[in-house]
Write a protein that binds this ligand. Structure first.
Ligand SMILES: [Zn+2]
Length: 453
């Protein structure tokens, strides 16, 4: 059931913002309790609450948003002449690009039309959209967008907005153009990668503060900085990497060690930030665009088709059907095993991918043993059916990365285990939820009851 709900909740979040604060989540479940289908419930709510325009701030931006309104100050702008396209008579001849900022952050933009303002001016854009371009999110102003100048804006001035905002790691979003932060280096490794035919040195690793962890990449040397260093980073750029923001140190980024007496005043230390992350609710994971290295736990409510033994192309590792890779044609497939399951903790649901090493652990069978089952059974779905029987209803903790897409939250597990120690806590929690004072939320309780049954 939650598999069907998650994408609708996500769409509502995109269209209407925080579903908790506005009470829209409760409204949605109320409709479901009246046996309204999730699609109809979503449409009803959009009609009721979405009649208003969708007004977003820079921090709300993610890839592939459409038809929203945004107001910001132009921090930078340039124009580029476009080569006229063959056969196109009246196409745009110039592309305007720059940076737009509000009090929540700054984002790159591109516009096909001349804007009613220049650097320092505030503009309002209706019917804007976003695009992912070179791994960065761009605010796009197209032919259909309406742009107007705003003369009496309460937005901070140019000099204040031009300062790169100091953010905690959890506040860094994939649309952020440039950020500053203070964090601890948790992991760090050097490697050489080919860039335009030349071997280039790159440092990559993980940063942490008291709020979150994020991956980073440095295309510059980091003298004196190692695992355990607490550093101040100014003017780092954000790029998307595997669906989540990654902090990039470029030549203009200033990186300096935080002196010991200042580091003492921070809310984190190397010791505290290198501890295993504490479990969080799926609801929180599902409400964010992406989360890096988090832990959660829930019941497996379904095992998705496509789980079990699969074949991969030896060239590109894509999953192949009938020995045919859609890029490399006919190939000798390599067998692999994976599990895609829906995990539900009563606050939300998400799809979790378990790669082979984890699939073997949680299923309790190796790839070879699963193959035996496949060969000994006439049904070609023998392994999938066996997985379903074995895993449905099981309580599991997972650690890994999540990203939110068209189909709701999806999580790639890097570790998974059965959390025995909190069984008592879960029972108390369940009893509390079923308690008499919770009568008003009976629809919530019965829904949660399914996953704890
Ligand atoms: Zn291939």
């Amino acid at each position: 059931m939650d598999e069907k709900i998650a994408p609708h909740l996500e769409e509502l979040t995109r269209a209407l913002g925080d579903l908790e604060k506005t009470g829209i989540r409760a409204e949605f479940y109320k409709l479901l309790a009246f046996r309204v289908s999730p699609e109809v419930a979503k449409e009803t709510i959009l009609r009721k609450f979405g009649g208003k325009r969708k007004i977003l701030k820079v921090k709300d931006l993610s890839a592939s948003l459409k038809n929203f309104e945004i107001t910001g100050r132009i921090l930078d702008m340039g124009e580029k002449a476009l080569r006229p396209q063959e056969g196109v008579q009246d196409g745009p001849s110039k592309l305007y690009t720059g940076i737009l900022a509000d009090e929540t952050g700054s984002v790159m933009f591109s516009s096909w039309k001349e804007l009613p303002g220049s650097i320092g001016d505030v503009i309002n854009i209706k019917n804007a959209y976003t695009r992912l371009w070179q791994n960065r999110i761009r605010l796009s102003i197209g032919e259909q967008s309406l742009v107007s100048g705003v003369s009496d804006s309460s937005l901070p001035g140019l000099s204040e907005l031009s300062k790169t905002p100091l953010k905690k790691l959890i506040e860094i979003g994939s649309a952020d153009f440039s950020v500053s932060t203070t964090a601890c280096v948790l992991q760090l490794s050097h490697r050489e990668v080919p860039v335009r035919g030349k071997q280039s040195k790159v440092i990559s690793g993980v940063l942490a503060d008291e709020t979150a962890r994020l991956p980073f990449t440095a295309w510059v040397e980091l003298p004196g900085i190692d695992i355990g260093s607490i550093i101040r980073i100014e003017g780092a750029q954000i790029r998307m990497f595997r669906g989540m923001p990654s902090i990039n140190f470029i030549s203009s980024t200033r990186i300096s060690p935080v002196p010991a007496e200042e580091a003492e005043k921070l809310a984190f230390t190397f010791e505290s930030s290198s501890k295993d992350p504490s479990p969080i609710k799926i609801e929180e994971i599902a409400s964010r665009d992406s989360m890096f290295d988090v832990v959660t736990a829930g019941n497996i409510v379904s095992v998705r088709p496509g789980s079990g033994i699969i074949s991969r192309c030896p060239e590109c590792s894509r999953v192949i059907q009938k020995s045919n890779c859609r890029v490399h044609g006919r190939v000798e497939g390599i067998r692999d095993m994976r599990i895609k399951a829906v995990l539900d903790d009563g606050t939300g649901a998400m799809s979790v991918m378990f790669p082979r090493e984890l699939a073997e652990i949680i299923y309790g069978k190796t790839l070879e043993e699963a193959e035996q089952l496949m060969f000994s059974d006439i049904s070609k779905d023998a392994v999938y059916e066996d997985l379903r029987r074995f895993l449905t209803g099981r309580y599991l903790a997972v650690r890994g990365n999540s990203s939110n897409g068209e189909y709701g939250a999806s999580f790639v597990a890097e570790n998974a285990w059965v959390p025995e120690d909190d069984l008592a806590v879960r029972v108390v929690e369940l009893l509390r939820r079923l308690g008499p004072d919770e009568g008003e939320q009976s629809s919530e309780v019965s829904r949660e009851g399914i996953s704890f049954a």
